[in-house]
Ligand binder design. Structure first.
Ligand SMILES: Cc1cc2nc3c(=O)[nH]c(=O)nc-3n(C[C@H](O)[C@H](O)[C@H](O)COP(=O)(O)O)c2cc1C
Length: 176
């Protein structure tokens, strides 16, 4: 196996959710399937997506508002459709947000205005400032080891942390 493929296989061991990033295009809504999505900051509220320069979505996202649609487990057909495997019979319903279009009824959606763009080799990293968002309950769609999986929500009793896991321990600010 060549080195590039082997690195991809290594990176595929990091499981992620699956999103479709939606943006206005001259011919209507454009969407592309993206798993390189990360929350970045709460103040200001920032998220990022990393987009291959060779995609159509890459150029449409330059300076444009966009929405990150987090897919539910039952929405795998949308993930395939927006990854280039167009499915002519699939009914794609969209709704209008404040500044960009989004899918109807994703597991969560995060609407962003453009914040900064960074060069990332053959990708561009788009940071978006969160303008509005929404979510519902249900299992999520995951991507792991090169395939789609279902992400089951934890049972109430299996939630191990009775505290905010993102809170810094107070002594993180003290001198060592
Ligand atoms: C599970 C999955 C995750 C993907 N994640 C990304 C990603 O994070 N960034 C990216 O640029 N492309 C990603 N892709 C590939 C794009 O979805 C694909 O290239 C798409 O056809 C681009 O569409 P466009 O050229 O019409 O904009 C992913 C594909 C799949 C199936």
């Amino acid at each position: 196996m060549d080195q590039r493929m082997d690195l991809r296989t290594c990176l595929s061991r990091f499981g992620t959710g699956v999103t479709v990033v939606t943006v206005d295009a001259p011919d209507g809504m454009h969407g592309l399937t993206v798993n390189a999505f990360t929350s970045v900051s709460l103040e200001p509220a920032l998220v990022l997506v990393s987009i291959n320069r060779r995609t159509r979505g890459h150029d449409l996202l330059q300076e444009s508002p966009f929405t990150v649609n987090v897919l539910g487990a039952e929405q795998v057909a949308l993930a395939r459709h927006f990854a280039g495997h167009r499915h002519p019979e699939l009914e794609v319903r969209s709704v209008r947000g404040h500044l960009s279009p989004r899918l109807e009824n994703p597991l969560a959606w995060i609407e962003c205005r453009p914040w900064r763009t960074y060069e990332g080799g053959d990708h561009s990293i788009y940071l978006g400032n969160v303008l509005d968002y929404g979510y519902r309950s249900g299992p999520g769609l995951g991507f792991f080891s090169g395939g789609f999986i279902t992400l089951e929500p934890p049972a109430e009793t299996e939630r191990p942390f009775p505290y905010d896991v993102f809170e810094l321990p107070y002594d993180a600010y003290e001198e060592a």
